[in-house]
Design a protein around this ligand. Sequence first.
Ligand SMILES: [Mn+2]
Length: 450
Amino acid sequence: MAVLSKVYVKRRTRFFDWMQDGVAVFASWPVYPRNGDVEHPYRPDSDLHFLTGFDEPESAAVLVKKGQERRFLLFVRPRDPEMETWVGSRAGEEGAVRDFGADEAHPIGEFESRLGDLLTNQPCLYLSFGLHPDLDRKVLAIVERLKGEARRGICGPFRMIDPREFLRQARLVKDREEIGAVEKACDITRAGFEAAFRAVMPGMPERELQAVVEFEFRRRGADRVSFETICAGGAHATTLHYIRNDGLLRDGDLVLLDAGAEVAMASGDITRTFPVNGRFSRVQRRVYEWVLQAQAAAIEAIRPGATYAQVHQAALEVLVEGLRDLKVLRGKTSELIETGAYRPYFMHRIGHWLGMDVHDVGPYFVDGASIPLQAGMVMTVEPGLYFADRQDVPRPLRGIGIRIEDDVLVTPRGRRVLTEGLPKTVDEIEKVLARPGAWWGEVRPLARES
Ligand SMILES: [Mn+2]
């Protein structure tokens, strides 16, 4: 059972302070059928969690503000001994009040009828329009019905505001609690990679290495992966989001592993690219060193006041220099950047915000200008070079895809790499890979507290 935590009170207070008089509605994602009577695993909605900590499916939160009066309502699945025997315990209305601090709680089945009363004569409706079309339709029908009752002195809200205007900003600059959760997710993610380094060996299926990294996540407490694990051997790594993972890891190839553990509704996100047989070839090493240098330059550029664009640019300049050194591009670095000639080999941005969602919410531009970094933001730094098996690529480079990714917290005086300490330089990686497959003989149950 969740314990009422002050952090949700604090976050709701911030939301109430931002909100005008009116009613804000937040709903859980539907549970989707998968096949037969099997459902897709349920994952709580990040905004709903952010404001309430209530993670059960079929739930909704309503925040009502009128002058100094502020009310927090939860709509939840009612207690049901028979259902709970099958699928586990529920907080019920009582638990929603006791453990989650709701001023009132009601069965989710009463959501629509009660929302009509709640919206009556309220000036503003806050709803994340477009997110849940079913909910949009129901709520707008209620609003319309209320407007039809003008002769009875009843009115519905005329102003409609998307609460994500506030939430994307509130979630971009993280509070202490969310930073703590991201740190934990990063620690578990790092442990998964430590296992993968020691488990990999030639001939292994990509999916088996995926299983190792996810095994380590799970046994260290991850609730789930923060996104589908990318385990890409050889040329598969030139597909940015390769998740088929149905190939083999071959002697002489690199493997690109991009994975993240999710715990306490926070995500980790790491990429390492390493040789399946433990030793980089000369050409692999040359490309790797350029990507690594680009990553170092980008991380170095992170500090409060620096912009996201500057961080991107710092990596880009190194990568383009690398492409010239590798004889992929010819010409002046500045011109190659200007013309975008590098794009076939580096086609994504330097990274993304990281938090409750792996590609976390938050603007990248404000008034058309790249956003300045601020202490409390967390971003990934993940430059890469990708050489598809194509005519325009010098033959020795074909089929090489390298990305290196770490998670970085902006601090008041600079930055802190939350995934620090995981082998990354060529020497560090070759050292940890010195005995390919060592993990298989050494893996033991984690010590448990008795
Ligand atoms: Mn990423």
